[in-house]
Design a protein around this ligand. Structure first.
Ligand code: NDP
Length: 614
């Protein structure tokens, strides 16, 4: 096995993938198995490069001084190429002059060329959307009201200097003059993206407290669900009134498990129905795009019809309330079995299909965060299915069961106002998620996190059994609220929903079509990845306006439960912690993706979630 040439910490010149450009990088580590160096650019961007893509600085300088060409492309180029094509070399006319002032001018010109080069790299090597480790040189311009591609083309058009750089660097096939003409003449021509070979990286920065943290979470999460449900069953659910532990055998019921399986496979059947459009996800590391069927709303309607039929035939949905704990345990057992299956199959998955966030090489960490990014059985996408179907739709069914249980237990002809509010608010939230189902394809859960215990347990246990806590609480702890209070809470929920929905839509629309005339009034910072960062509208208000709206809604879901106990406020407290942590994770990923552009965005929009607070 050949030994490595460059040591950790060494500063060398690294080739920018797909181009002939070299930048100063620092070696941070070396992967003996893949024979790849992880290198860090000056702005903090990390890339994995092969040894052949690295050169020592001295050899670089040496060659530069030997000949006026410092371009690596020049060394390999044929004689037919003009010498003036070298990026390190002044243009022909200027080279003839020997005067000092002229040389100074040439240097300036070179600087302009280098600046322009960033733009060219941006246009010609625009990476795919989910590519997180990229060159992050930020272009000079910071705000435009149009798409980044258009801005660049407009900038290119009059700038002959850049045109020359384009020729010098051979960034496109040189014979393709017709295409070149199009770039300069047509304002709205989007330049073909040259694919960059992507190399899967090992997960180096461990989240969730690393191996110890994830190990503890595997026990802590189920224990928390158990604790919350036991507390909710108590007459006095005060924090200090610790519930007695139930007998183990009382937690398991084979029939309940059977009902759970029936539910899961019924949802799977709905998911497989060939109704609804098929959309493409974001490009994967190998450039491929997976296809997803969007039929969550149909699944919801079919489920509602099935529940309606059950109720019509006098089926007691109350059964869910009576066996709530056993259902939660069944879902937990199922999610554990699913996680084991997912991890086992991930061991056979090709390296490129592993999750960027769950490929650490540590069993417990990868098991928790999910080793494989998009586990599929044929076209059945297990993660995508679990994210929105059995758990989310299950949450609504549980809420309905709680509403019916409340009416039955308290002998009511109508559910309480509190129960109606909780049910309606959460129904709106679920329907909204299903209505905008394709928006999930750009979330961290789909693009970054693998499918492991964290998402399996989160989707199948945490969401349906913890998010329905308010409704569960109201069955055992009736709370009366007045109409004005109900109206105020409704207004609060509407405000939260408005912020949540409009912020998410603004970003989703911008990502899908930045040239949308409806978004023409929004300003953004262009980045080297070709994607812009909005700095006006909701995303100029705080850095995660959608989280703000979500938290306001979470508060509105808890308020109908009154102020007797803190238990129904668990959701909003937990949710703030979750979103603050998620925000930090996202910031970290965005910093890696966008480098300096992200820093500028943070300067422009200093607050993360809560304006003037955080
Ligand atoms: P977000 O929708 O917040 O997306 C974050 C991404 O948006 C970033 O990675 C970046 O991705 C892009 N972005 C960030 N800033 C800007 C900007 N200024 N302009 C344009 N794009 C920007 O991700 P989440 O998946 O965390 O959240 C989605 C929704 O789901 C939220 O409303 C959240 O509240 C909700 N949620 C609900 C949970 C629940 O349990 N109820 C749990 C988690 C989330 P890129 O640039 O690559 O496009």
């Amino acid at each position: 096995m050949p030994s490595r040439k460059f040591a950790d910490g060494e500063v060398v010149m690294g080739r920018w993938p797909g181009s002939v450009l070299y930048y100063e990088v620092q070696v941070t580590s070396y992967d003996d198995v893949a024979h790849l160096y992880t290198v860090k650019y000056k702005d903090g961007t990390e890339l994995a490069l092969k040894e052949s893509e690295l050169r020592s600085q001295s050899s670089f300088k040496h060659r530069k001084s030997q000949s006026s060409s410092s371009s690596p492309s020049r060394r390999s180029s044929s004689r037919s190429r003009s010498r003036s094509r070298s990026p390190g070399r002044p243009a022909k006319g200027r080279r003839r002059s020997a005067s000092q002032s002229r040389e100074h001018k040439d240097d300036k010109k070179k600087t302009i060329q280098e600046t322009s080069l960033a733009l060219l790299v941006l246009v010609l090597f625009k990476p795919s959307e989910n590519n997180t480790k990229r060159y992050n040189g930020e272009p000079e311009s910071t705000e435009k009201n149009d798409t980044s591609c258009i801005i660049l083309e407009e900038k290119l058009k009059p700038d002959l200097e850049i045109k020359r750089v384009l020729e010098q660097y051979s960034l496109r096939p040189r014979k393709d003059d017709k295409k070149k003409e199009e770039i300069y003449s047509e304002k709205k021509t989007f330049v073909a993206v040259k694919p960059i070979e992507k190399v899967p990286l090992k997960t180096k920065e461990l989240e969730f407290g690393g191996r110890i943290g994830t190990f503890m979470l595997i026990f802590l999460l189920p224990a928390t669900v158990l604790y919350l449900l036991l507390m909710c069953k108590q007459d006095d659910p005060s924090l200090l009134n610790f519930p007695p532990l139930p007998a183990l055998e009382s937690l398991w019921d084979g029939r309940v498990f059977g009902v759970f399986l029936l539910w899961f496979f019924l949802q799977a059947m709905f998911y497989l129905l060939p109704i609804g459009k098929v959309v493409e996800g974001l490009p994967l590391s190998n450039g491929q795009k997976l296809q997803y069927r969007i039929n969550g709303v149909y699944a919801f309607i079919l489920t509602a019809a099935a529940i309606g039929v059950l109720l019509y035939f006098q089926f007691e949905l109350h059964y869910l309330y009576d066996h709530f704990m056993q259902f939660a345990v069944s879902a937990a057992v199922f999610s554990l079995a699913l996680s084991i299956y997912l991890y086992a199959r991930s061991l056979k998955a090709p390296e490129e299909e592993l999750a960027p966030g769950g490929n650490s090489g540590y069993f417990i960490y990868d098991f928790f965060t999910g080793h494989e990014l998009n586990p599929r059985i044929g076209s059945f996408d297990l993660k995508y299915f679990c994210e929105l179907r059995p758990g989310l739709i299950g949450w609504v069914v549980i809420n309905l069961a709680m509403l019916l249980a409340e009416m039955k237990i308290h002998n009511l002809s109508m559910p309480s106002l509190s129960m109606i509010l909780v049910n309606s608010f959460q129904l709106l939230y679920v329907v909204d998620a299903l209505w905008n189902e394709d928006a999930i394809l750009t979330t961290m859960d789909i693009t970054h996190d693998g499918f492991g215990f964290m998402l399996a347990f989160g989707d199948l246990v945490w969401v349906p059994f913890v998010y329905s806590l308010q409704a569960f609480y109201l069955v055992g702890h009736p709370t009366t609220i007045t109409w004005p209070v109900a109206a105020a809470i409704t207004v609060l929920n509407c405000i939260g929903y408005y912020i949540f929905r409009s912020a998410n839509s603004q970003k989703n629309n911008f990502r899908r079509n930045p040239a949308d005339p409806k978004l023409a009034n929004l300003k953004f910072i262009p980045t080297a990845t070709g994607k812009g960062l909005l700095v006006t509208g909701w995303w100029g208000f705080v850095r995660h306006p959608n989280y703000l709206g979500d938290i306001i809604m979470a508060l509105a879901w808890s308020l109908p439960c009154g102020f007797n106990h803190i238990l129904p406020y668990f959701y909003v407290i937990y949710f703030i912690c979750l979103l603050v942590h998620r925000e930090a994770r996202d910031e970290h990923h965005c910093k890696q993706k966008y480098g300096l552009a992200w820093e500028r965005y943070c300067q422009r929009v200093p607050y993360r979630i809560f304006p003037y607070i955080y």
